[in-house]
Design a protein around this ligand. Structure first.
Ligand code: 8IG
Length: 270
């Protein structure tokens, strides 16, 4: 029997990963979103790769393009990274616990930094498909939180200014934007995108804000990087299709892989 308390469940998952990997403590965790899967192989040798369904609290995602394994790799510069290829989205209807589980598991394994990547829509005409954008803030439009009870987490600088600077040392041209999380799974209407834009959002997606909230509660330093895979609805010349989204990710893959590898190297040296 597994427990229902999300923090205890995360500790169980962390212990499972410890036993399977022989690694006691990790330094970094990484969630790979749409378009980012190819970035993994540059990040060091595999210590262990675990199917999500074997790790307490994780399950397989039903979304094409969303993987289903947890991998511990040894970083070239020393230390270990946990790569979560098994993001759970709010729209899967499993509640906020599973959405935050990967982040909490990483924290229980001792990670101090977390890199969140995603594929998203853009409301900035100059940021077309293939553009990588650093997140500087978010707007949570999901009407929910991964945190339950009176835990008042500060979200000023939720996206670490220090890590954003590290990323910009690698690529000084990386733009920074505000990410609005919608609940999904449907893409926005053009009116909803216009609303988000008016509220100050540059990017629209379905994942990262809730994960960042859970990460800040757990004390992790967060770096968020979005890949624009499509112009958001109403900003796009054509209706949105999931296939186009996957294609934009595949096209950008090699560039994202080296960007991410360089950022992680820079992080481990700073
Ligand atoms: I990839 O246009 C991807 N994810 N909400 N809107 C939202 N999520 C997305 C989009 C988009 N593209």
């Amino acid at each position: 029997m597994t427990t229902q308390d999300p923090y205890v469940l995360a500790a169980e998952a962390a212990d499972h990963i410890r036993r399977q990997s022989g690694i006691d403590t990790i330094q970094l965790a990484l969630i790979l979103g749409s378009g980012w899967k190819g970035a993994e192989d540059l990040l060091g040798d595999i210590v262990v790769r675990l199917p999500a369904e074997e790790v307490p609290g994780f399950s397989v995602s039903g979304v094409a393009g969303h993987g289903g394994s947890l991998t511990v790799r040894e970083l070239a510069g020393g230390g270990h990274v946990l790569i979560l290829g098994a993001r759970t989205h709010l729209y899967e209807g499993k509640g906020v616990g599973p959405v935050a589980h990967g982040v909490r598991t990483a924290a229980k394994l001792g990670a101090t930094s977390l890199i969140l990547t995603n594929g998203c829509g853009s409301t900035v005409p100059e940021w077309g498909p293939g553009t990588a954008v650093l997140l500087k803030d978010h707007i949570n439009l999901t009407s929910t939180s991964p945190i339950q009870g009176a835990r008042f987490v500060d979200l000023t600088d939720a996206y670490s200014p220090r890590l954003r600077e590290v990323a910009r040392r690698v690529d000084p041209n990386l733009p920074e934007g505000v990410y609005a999380q919608f609940p999904g799974p449907q893409y926005e209407t053009p009116a909803e995108v216009k609303m988000a834009r008016l509220l100050g959002a540059d990017l629209v997606g379905m994942s990262t804000a809730l994960e960042t909230i859970a990460a800040r509660e757990a004390g992790l330093e967060v770096l968020g990087i979005s890949l624009v895979t499509n112009q958001a609805a109403g900003f796009a010349p054509a209706p949105l299709s999931h296939e186009d989204v996957l294609q934009a990710g595949a096209d950008a893959g090699p560039r994202l892989a080296s960007l991410l590898a360089s950022i992680i190297t820079e992080m481990s040296q700073s």
